[in-house]
Design a protein around this ligand. Structure first.
Ligand code: ASP
Length: 317
């Protein structure tokens, strides 16, 4: 038996390092990926997940999250939840419920409070100020307000052969109240089957939902494709289809892992991710779309990491 873990964006890396140790020590995959996502939710400088996430148009931080167990297919999700310190833990708790396992808005927040999850203000001063400045900019320059969004999505495999996936996101910056992306939606934002593998997505939820790409990648792996071949086929196939039929394709990036800990990635933008398995220590990579529907994957450079660190902490006027 082997283990593995893969997650979206550079922001997942520190949590993934800790989670990979848990998996090596024979801990259960659900616990490892929950801890990994919580580390991202708790970090105030990641502006699209949990504490420090950017709010909706009205200045309210509404968050989406999900958890899926690949052994049992149990799924829990929250959408538009406010004030919950760790939406992923709320989603995981909901996954244990036979009914009412996907809660939205006030119902989700009420569940979190009643179930004893830590709650409080999740909007940092930095995020509030960024919102205020964006409101001004949008008014003055008639900008597309929705830049600035990413989801943390993590797929894990433990030494007993169980797999699970979790996501967490504050969705699109400046979204309309009640807007929900793909991240808490099964099949679009995530999917996992321990007998095959799992996949998860980040990018423009409105377009990701059109293709149910996480499910499609798992389905293709189930037909025998390698994770990389499944990711390339699903992502670039849908990218072309969407451009042809809908006129354009929003940004999207997907990662996947199979039951052997082998992984794949495909993206139509510049994308970073972190991955570890029995034969490779945790490392951050950079991916972009290559020629002929393939993906170019390279290790991240020290320069890139230093610039990233500086960018996320740069002072807001
Ligand atoms: N998929 C997320 C959403 O649409 C955002 C992102 O991952 O960039 O809410």
């Amino acid at each position: 038996m082997t283990w593995g873990i893969i997650g979206t964006w550079r922001m997942v890396h520190d949590g993934l390092v800790a989670a990979s140790k848990m998996l090596q020590e024979n801990k259960r995959v659900g616990d490892a990926i929950e801890e990994c996502v919580k580390a991202v939710e708790d970090y105030p400088y990641y502006k699209s997940v949990g504490y420090g996430g950017l709010p909706n148009e009205e200045g309210i931080l509404e968050m989406d999250a999900a958890f899926m167990d690949g052994d049992t297919f149990e799924i829990g999700g929250v959408a538009g939840i406010v004030d919950a310190k760790n939406p992923v833990s709320v989603a995981r708790a909901l996954s244990k419920q036979k009914f009412n396992s996907f809660r939205v808005g006030e119902g989700a927040t009420k569940f979190a409070r009643l179930a004893g999850f830590e709650c409080g203000n999740m909007l940092t001063e930095r995020a509030r100020r960024t919102w205020e400045l964006r409101l001004d900019e949008v008014k003055k320059n008639n900008l597309n307000p929705y830049d600035g969004h990413d989801t943390v999505g993590v797929i894990g495999l433990d030494l007993s052969g169980s797999m699970a996936v979790a996501t967490s996101s504050s969705g699109l910056f400046m979204k309309k109240a009640g807007r929900v992306g793909d991240s808490p939606l099964s099949g679009s934002g995530f999917y996992v089957d321990s007998e095959i593998g799992g996949a998860t997505a980040t990018g423009l939820g409105e377009d990701l939902m059109k293709g149910c790409l996480s499910y499609e990648i798992v389905r293709l792996m189930g037909e025998g494709l390698s994770p990389q071949a499944a990711a390339d086929k699903a992502v670039y196939g849908f990218h072309h289809k969407l451009r042809k039929r809908y006129g354009k394709a929003g940004a999207f990036s997907l990662i996947c892992m199979n039951l052997k800990g082998e992984w794949g990635v495909a993206t139509n933008v510049d994308f970073t991710f972190s991955v570890a398995n029995e034969s490779a220590a945790p490392a951050i990579y950079f991916a972009k779309m290559g020629q002929n529907d393939t993906t170019v994957i390279e290790p991240i450079t020290e320069e890139w990491l230093a610039a990233y660190e500086k960018r996320i902490k740069q002072p807001i006027e």
